[in-house]
Design a protein around this ligand. Structure first.
Ligand code: MN3
Length: 201
C-alpha cells in the first residue's frame, strides 16, 4: 500500500489571515505531494512498503537519504496539517496545560522557547514540542528530520511542530520568519496536540 497525500480537514483559505490560501495550496498539493511521490518511489519493491511512516522514521539511519528526506517530509507535513485549524489558537487546557507548566514553568515561557527554536534553526527545518522520557521538551531539526528519527539530536515523540522552510511562509511573510511564527499561535489546534500527548504516553 503506497503512502497517500492526506486530505486537509479545512479549506486552503481557512487559516487566513495567519496563513494565506495560496501558500497552503502550494504547500499541500506541490510540496507535500512531492514528498509522498518521492517516498513511494524510494521504497518501491522494498520491505519498507509494509511499514508505517513512524516505523520507517524510527530506523531512518538504515535507509538511503531519499527515504529520510521524503519520509520525514511526509510524516512532518501530515502532523503539521493536523495540529492547525481555523478558529483555533488560545491556550491549551487540561493535562496538556499541566504538562507544559510542569516542563516550562509557564505557557509564556514555553512560547518563548518554541519561538526561539523556530527562529534560530538555520536554513530549512522544523521546531518541535515533543515527549522525551515522559516529559515535554522543545527542539528543532534540520531539513525534513524529526524527533522520531534515530539520527535526531533530541529523540522522542513529537506532538506539535512548525515548518520553518521558506516555502511555508515566504509568499505572505517574505523573509520575516518571526512574524510567521507569531501568527502560528493563532492557528494551533490544541485539542489535537492534547490527543497527540495522550497517544505519546
Ligand atoms: Mn513544508
Amino acid at each position: 500500500m503506497a503512502f497517500e497525500l492526506p486530505k486537509l480537514a479545512y479549506a486552503y483559505n481557512a487559516l487566513e489571515p495567519h496563513i494565506d490560501a495560496r501558500t497552503m495550496e502550494i504547500h499541500h498539493t506541490k510540496h507535500h505531494q512531492a514528498y509522498v511521490t518521492n517516498l513511494n518511489n524510494a521504497i518501491a519493491g522494498t520491505d519498507a512498503e509494509k511499514l508505517s511512516i513512524e516505523e520507517i522514521c524510527k530506523n531512518i539511519s538504515k535507509y538511503p537519504m531519499p527515504v529520510r528526506n521524503n519520509g520525514g517530509g511526509h510524516f512532518n507535513h501530515t502532523m503539521f496539517w493536523s495540529i492547525m485549524a481555523p478558529n483555533a489558537g488560545g491556550e491549551p487546557t487540561g493535562e496538556l496545560a499541566t504538562a507544559i507548566n510542569t516542563a516550562f514553568g509557564t505557557f509564556a515561557e514555553f512560547k518563548t522557547q518554541f519561538a526561539n527554536a523556530a527562529a534560530t534553526r538555520f536554513g530549512s527545518g522544523w521546531a518541535w514540542l515533543l515527549v522525551k522520557d515522559g516529559k515535554l521538551v522543545v527542539s528543532s531539526t534540520p531539513n525534513q528530520d524529526n524527533p522520531l528519527m534515530d539520527v535526531a539530536e533530541v529523540k522522542g515523540t513529537p506532538i506539535l511542530g512548525i515548518d520553518v522552510w521558506e516555502h511555508a511562509y515566504y509568499l505572505h511573510y517574505q523573509n520575516r520568519r518571526p512574524d510567521y511564527v507569531s501568527a502560528f499561535w493563532n492557528v494551533i489546534n490544541w485539542n489535537q496536540v492534547a490527543a497527540n500527548l495522550k497517544a505519546a504516553k
